[in-house]
Design a protein around this ligand. Sequence first.
Ligand code: FAD
Length: 478
Amino acid sequence: MDKATSRTAPSGAADEIRAIVGPKGVIDDDALAPMLREWRGRWEGETSLAVAPASVEEVAAVVRVCAAHRLAITPQGGNTGLVGGQIPLNGEILISLRRLNRIRSVDPLDGTMTLDAGVTLAAAQAAAENVDRLFPLSIGSEGTCQVGGVISTNAGGVNVLRYGNTRELVLGLEAVTPTGDIWNGLQRLRKNNTGYDLKHLLIGGEGTLGIVTGACLRLFPRPRERATMLAALPDPEAALRLLVRSDAVSGGRVTSFELISGAAYDLCAKNVPGVRHVLAERSPWYALVEFSSGETSGLRPMVDRLLESALEACEIRDAAIAESQAQSDELWRMRHSLSEAMKPEGAQAKHDVSAPLSDVPRFLALADAGVERAAPGARVIAFGHMGDGNIHYDVLKPLGAADDAFAKQIPIIENAVYEAVDAVGGSISAEHGVGVARAAEVAARKDPAELAMMRAVKAALDPKGIMNPGKMLAPQGR
Ligand SMILES: Cc1cc2nc3c(=O)[nH]c(=O)nc-3n(C[C@H](O)[C@H](O)[C@H](O)COP(=O)(O)OP(=O)(O)OC[C@H]3O[C@@H](n4cnc5c(N)ncnc54)[C@H](O)[C@@H]3O)c2cc1C
């Protein structure tokens, strides 16, 4: 436990916090139970008090009490994070943002939208759509995750290739600092060169530097036409060439380029009701590609031309183009069900890594060889946002192996995968963040000068160390 902070609220402090949020703002035991559990059951937490303030001022007042009593805080959005950052593991005060759920303003002329941090991503997308605009961030958890959560994890998803990560979509932030001050940085400016751009510390900050309470987000024109295709590929090199060809032939209109291994697709067809192979022959690799355009026609002939040239160049073996929204939805359902498809297969080692685009094939080859050496017979399920060099590289236990025996091999499997990441100059966490899951590996691998700067920033902004301790930055000396 951190020496400077306490994770159990003395009754006086707890009473002060209860008085600030009122009875409606205190989360009772029934509602609390699911908030203390990570959705896959990987982390189970405990808290001395959980509250859901109803305003920015209430958040600030609660943080001031915590700062005065050196009480540790864990902020929570929709509790869909995949690295455990949102779970209070040692009795921290849980601050849920769910009652801060107002869309404050949407301005189609500015191309901006200002909203509370507790608005769900799906509600933010809908608010943009209401004014015929697009908020392009799209991830599998969008019905539940919150704007503050996607900002704090710098979420990526399927549209990064065209629109960027969350970081690129945020113009301004409002946040409560670890001392309980309210920072109003809700500018709607595209240009502002007046010093350190502090919002970028909170974006991807995983609740370690403050609590995001509001954001101003960028909007884009809504596409008028989309085209979705599934291509069967001999190997990842062919996927790389198809990506470059798609970008060139479409004039930059590729919105998503997802790589899916044949093994991943097979598992989906086996374990997820309603998912089937849509191409006649099984292939070792597939690319699910989506194009979008502001014009109402023209995409389909372009995709036909693209496929013709890719077939001629032997980049692809076969392809299907969705002829309707229902067929496009069917292809995307397969892509979004890949994690679900793995659940029934028992113990697994999961990795969310990135590599320079042209090194993705080399990473896959190195990782496959390393995993086979570390755990012969283990099944690799690789898929991900190839267009961003981001691969979800999951390793399932060999068929028939016991979960316990495989769980013991996970550290050496992880090491083999991370060695492959290091060999290509990649990152061991591409879009899910660090949380508790990757804190030790990140501390071990970061450039020492960079790690020292990160610790200096943390010490400067959160001198009492109350904001989400133990998350992202591993305690020193471990
Ligand atoms: C089915 C599924 C699919 C997913 N797909 C993707 C994907 O494609 N791409 C991707 O990048 N991620 C993906 N994710 C993970 C992604 O990180 C989360 O879904 C989302 O970004 C977290 O939002 P949340 O509101 O649930 O945050 P939480 O899980 O509640 O919190 C996540 C972290 O942010 C902090 N935090 C939350 N709110 C605030 C706040 N207001 N201020 C300060 N700190 C805060 C928490 O302390 C924690 O450290 C997926 C998750 C699931 C379950």
